[in-house]
Design a protein. Structure first.
Length: 326
């Protein structure tokens, strides 16, 4: 197969490229490197089945040619991290939806299957835990920039499913829950690489809020298994599917685990959200997926636990130069 991977130089995208090439597939990456990094895919450039094009997917003339020659599309290009969402709300809305609209338009023209990487942010601040794909969403007010990303990703899903409904364009929307692992950086607000980098440096681990908010962290290698499985599953077409771990860890517990596993002398400090993101930020207390649908479709379950994840992130960061750490 020849896959087009938008956002393929990013954290998740680069791991996906590794997997596809290992499977014997051909990969074309389209990435403007705004949040992706060349370092993530530098080792692939000499691979005979790999090609990197540094450009935005908004370039429809270029995109048309790339979609025409590929067999299927992994659409991962998007805005990354809470920090970027809060600092650049206009870019968040435009970059998320406009790019997805262009990708789906070209996919529809050439009848190419699309796996759209969506987000658990779509659930908003729903308290109906665990989150089911067909459950109701609960968004905050438009005056809170926090919800711009959630709404933009939901609109992505609406458009993808509209293509499925109108023309049976094969699409699947994968709602990702806190994917973590090697190559992820903390500069856009990602908590785990931020904690591990601080612990390795002997600096304080800054926990936002009271630390009792919980998340379910899933190793990127497990997530890639799920994405590839869904791409190859015809029954997944026209579906929204949760992809993530359902094992909860509070952020306070995560900080303690990181200090222990890294064997660090770092202290743990708690800071108010307003001090980090300014006014207008809301957080969710719990974010837990129901995994029944993906288990039924492809028999997928996450295999790596939180201790393994932290150890892998630690090992990855220890091999990096200090200047390139999160």
């Amino acid at each position: 197969m020849h896959y087009l991977v938008t956002g393929g130089a990013g954290f998740i995208g680069s791991h996906l490229c590794d997997r596809l090439l290992a499977n014997g597939d051909q990969v074309t990456v389209l990435d403007d490197l705004s949040t992706g990094r060349y370092e993530n895919i530098a080792g692939l450039e000499d691979h005979p089945h790999f090609r990197l094009i540094v450009e935005t997917a908004r370039n429809e003339q270029l995109l048309e040619g790339l979609v025409r020659e590929c067999d299927a599309i992994f659409h991962l290009a998007s805005v990354v991290g809470v920090r970027l969402v809060m600092d650049r709300p206009v870019q968040t809305i435009e970059a998320v939806f406009e790019v997805t609209a262009s990708v789906l338009k070209m996919a529809s023209t050439f009848r190419r299957k699309v796996l759209l990487a969506s987000s658990s942010e779509v659930y908003g601040k729903s308290k109906d835990v665990p989150f089911h794909e067909d459950g109701d969403r609960l968004e905050g007010p438009t005056s809170k920039h926090r919800w711009a990303y959630s709404c933009a990703k939901a609109l992505d899903e609406f458009l993808a499913l509209a293509h499925w409904k109108e023309s049976r364009l094969p699409v699947v929307c994968a709602r990702l829950f806190n994917t973590v692992g090697p190559r992820q950086r903390g500069r856009y607000g990602m908590v785990l690489p931020r904690f591990v980098a601080a612990a390795l440096a002997g600096e304080p681990l800054l926990v936002h809020g009271d630390g009792n908010q919980s998340r379910c962290f899933c190793h990127v290698a497990d997530v890639i298994d799920g994405l590839v499985g869904l791409m190859n599953c015809a029954e997944a077409n026209g579906n929204v599917v949760n992809v993530g771990s359902n094992r909860e860890t509070t952020i306070g517990e995560l900080a303690q685990l990181v200090v222990s596993i890294v064997e660090s002398s770092s202290e743990i400090k708690y800071v108010k959200y307003d001090e980090v993101y300014g006014e207008g930020f809301e957080d969710m207390r719990r974010r837990v997926p129901d995994l029944g649908r993906i288990e039924r479709l492809i028999g997928w379950k996450p295999r790596r636990d939180i201790n393994t994840i932290i150890s892998d992130v630690r090992d990855s960061l220890q091999t990096q130069p200090r200047s390139s750490m999160p």
